[in-house]
Every structure is written in C-alpha cells, then in structure tokens.
Design a protein around this ligand. Sequence first.
Ligand SMILES: N[C@@H](CCC(=O)N[C@@H](CS)C(=O)NCC(=O)O)C(=O)O
Length: 118
Amino acid sequence: MAIARWLVGRLILLFNFIFSPSAPKMSAEEKTMLSEKTAHLSLYHLPTCPFCIKVQRAMKRQGLTIALKSIKDPALKEELITQGGKRTVPCLKITDDTAATKWLYESNDIIAYLAKYS
Ligand SMILES: N[C@@H](CCC(=O)N[C@@H](CS)C(=O)NCC(=O)O)C(=O)O
C-alpha cells in the first residue's frame, strides 16, 4: 500500500512537471510588487498532495510566489494542527497586521481567495 501511494505521488509530480501551467509575463518590478502584496501569506502543503498541487498550479497561472511550508517538517505540521485547528492540507495562513491570523482550508476556497491578486 505504501509503495502504491509512493508511486501515485511520483506520477502526480511527473504529470505536474510535464503539464506545468505557464506563468504570466511580468516585469521584475511587477513581480516584486506582487510578492510584496502576498508576503503575509504562506501555504502549508505536502509535495505530492493533489489538492495542494491544484492550488500551486493556480498560483503559477497568476504568477504568485507564496512561501511554501511543507508539513513533512514535524514542527510545521505541529504549527498547522495547533494554530490552524486540523492537519489537512492545503491550508493558507493569512497573517494580517490589523486582525488575527486566519487559516484558510479547502483548495477551492484558497484559489478563490487568491484570485483577488490577479
Ligand atoms: N477538500 C479538501 C481535501 C484536502 C485533503 O484531502 N487533503 C489531504 C492530503 S491530499 C489531507 O490533508 N488529508 C489528511 C487529513 O485530512 O487530515 C481540499 O480540497 O482542500
């Protein structure tokens, strides 16, 4: 079972690599401005999780660079569980200076939230 799961994970990574969406053309200045706008966001993920890959593909299509935090790291996994409330990935951590930190679960909701940065 573990081997099958490992194999499926590798296949997901391979297909994602081969059929990687293209990023929009942006100047270096535009890229810097966009990454400043999204500096308060980080995506908790697992490298072979299909829902996480779906979110990352949407990010790439928009040209977004958001800090990735793999929960393969036990400390980050613990952070997600204790602060976010559950260990499900993907989860977008939204840190706002003026409000409490928000933990957004569900790939479709994350993609919808990120659409405002287009
Ligand atoms: N409906 C969720 C599904 C997310 C999901 O099932 N993630 C899996 C990894 S691919 C997971 O974290 N499972 C462990 C758990 O739910 O605790 C989404 O679209 O984001």
